[in-house]
Design a binder for this molecule. Structure first.
Ligand SMILES: C[S@@+](CC[C@H](N)C(=O)[O-])C[C@H]1O[C@@H](n2cnc3c(N)ncnc32)[C@H](O)[C@@H]1O
Length: 465
């Protein structure tokens, strides 16, 4: 690992000459944007790397610093609490970011302790807190990660959720929800495997949009479940010509399976209009639209946020057909009831099934969010069932396995709607049964996909029709 790049900036701080390593400076910039502006690290990272002119190994170092610091924050905070003479709540947030960054280098990277500590103190220089950062990180450096975990994690036998939360760096409530969801899938003992999978950066997967690209023209290995996917070993997917031309896209295999499950479900009668209710940024829309185009159907995509609707338009640009993108609230879609044949409700959710890709999501969500989210999810599903024609299909999906967003939404809909029927879904994937019979739940540790949940409904045909 390179310590300090050629163009390292030197500046005077705390009366001594300090050298700020641009890679670490860039990492702090990303961490600040994630904390202050609720930014997504994977979106800010490329922008910051470009601005600092960091490529190759330096870019790799920044990526590791940022993603490791965010992912392992729960573990590091438990260690830092044991090393700081003041409660972490009273440490300035920017300084806490630095402490986490230093701790990641000490406990998870092969950075020599003196370099991990001095570069972090240099970053703190201007804040007049270098002494505090130095003292805390020196204490952290006294043990390795395993020794710290033995000291700071409560015993598993007495407090399994709190133990797993510290060891695998997830909020306690998230561990409890994932444990419940796994128990409903017959895998209560798999919690640690799931939490570990959440902390492992996934391989980038691409989708060859049908009719626009062949998967054989894409680099990487074919994905096991989606016949349109490939998994890359590494490299920048933006340099793949089919991706640059919009004929292929970056898309998790689980997300591909969601679009395919709707497109391939058996449907009698008219099949000309498909609707994607929560479309932004448009990955599933692009796959649905290319499948629809191949069958003479068209896609209407709605998205509540204007800027995300723009992203959907961009994703659909290369797909032939008269597809339409509207900025609209999916709980009140601007469409005539009965005019649509297939609907996807890829509902806004906690995103706790996609923590491999969105490491910060676990720290942003609170258990209190679940109630409002599951209410919104039910309303979106109800509106979709209102707008689909009798006999038509609605696929409800979330990238969360949390039961409030899966089992609860589906069971309440089944109870409330006497004009819709849950249609058993079988993707032919082992160990993918969902918490309600006939639904599907994918898992990162079992299937290597995000934890997508799928439930298919058919709007009943009135008996007089
Ligand atoms: C899980 S994301 C959809 C991901 C998308 N299907 C894809 O594959 O790229 C949920 C989306 O729903 C949007 N959304 C939230 N509330 C909505 C509403 N009431 N109506 C329509 N869209 C909504 C969010 O802005 C977000 O873009």
């Amino acid at each position: 690992m390179r310590q300090g790049a050629q163009d390292a900036r030197a500046h005077r701080a705390s009366g001594r000459l300090s050298v700020v390593d641009p890679a670490r400076e860039a990492a702090v910039e990303v961490l600040t944007a994630v904390r202050e502006a609720d930014a997504y690290a994977n979106l800010v990272l490329p922008v910051v790397l470009r601005r600092h002119g960091l490529t190759g190994r330096d870019a790799g170092l920044v990526t590791e610093l940022v993603s490791g610091t965010i992912r392992r924050r729960g573990t590091y905070d438990a260690v830092l609490a044991a090393c700081s003479d003041r409660p972490l709540e009273r440490v300035e947030p920017a300084v806490l970011d630095l402490l986490r960054l230093g701790t990641h280098q000490l406990l998870a990277m092969r950075v020599p302790p003196h370099a991990a500590i001095s570069t972090t103190v240099d970053l703190a220089g201007g804040r007049g807190t270098g002494g505090f950062v130095n003292a805390v990180l020196r204490r952290v450096s006294e043990r390795d990660r395993e020794a710290w975990l033995r000291q700071v994690a409560p015993p598993r036998a007495q407090a399994s959720d709190r133990h797993d939360a510290v060891v695998h760096s997830h909020p306690v409530w998230v561990v409890a929800e994932l444990r419940r969801a796994l128990a409903a899938a017959g895998g209560a003992e798999e919690v640690e495997a799931l939490l570990a999978a959440d902390n492992a950066p996934p391989r980038v997967t691409l989708v060859a949009r049908p009719g626009l690209a062949e998967r054989t023209e894409l680099p990487g290995e074919p994905t096991p479940f989606s016949r349109y996917g490939v998994a890359l070993e590494g490299g920048d997917p933006g340099t793949v010509p089919a991706v640059a031309e919009g004929r292929a896209g970056v898309q998790d295999e689980g997300s591909q399976l969601v679009a395919l499950a709707l497109a391939e479900a058996a449907l009698e009668g008219r099949d000309g209009t498909w609707l994607d209710v929560c479309a932004g940024p448009g990955g599933k829309s692009a796959l649905l639209a290319s499948l629809a185009a191949g069958r003479g159907a068209r896609l209407i995509a709605t998205e509540r946020q204007h800027h995300r609707a723009r992203l959907v338009r961009r994703n659909l640009a290369a797909v032939p057909g008269d597809h339409v993108v509207l900025t609209a609230d999916g709980t009140r879609p601007p469409l005539v009831g009965g005019g649509v044949d297939r609907v996807l409700v890829d509902a806004p959710c906690t995103g706790l099934g996609a923590l491999r890709r969105r490491p910060e999501a676990r720290w942003r969500r609170e258990r209190g969010d679940l109630k409002a989210l599951s209410r919104l999810q039910e309303r979106l599903l109800a509106a979709a069932l209102d707008v689909v024609r009798p006999g038509g299909l609605v696929l409800y999906a979330t990238c969360s396995p949390v039961l409030a967003e899966t089992e609860r939404v589906v069971s309440r809909t089944v109870r409330r709607r006497d004009d819709a029927t849950l249609v058993p879904l079988d993707l032919g994937i082992a160990a993918s049964a969902g918490p309600v019979p006939g639904t599907v739940q994918l898992w990162p540790h079992r299937h290597g996909t995000d934890a997508m949940f799928l439930a298919l409904f058919r709007r009943d045909v009135p008996s007089s029709a």
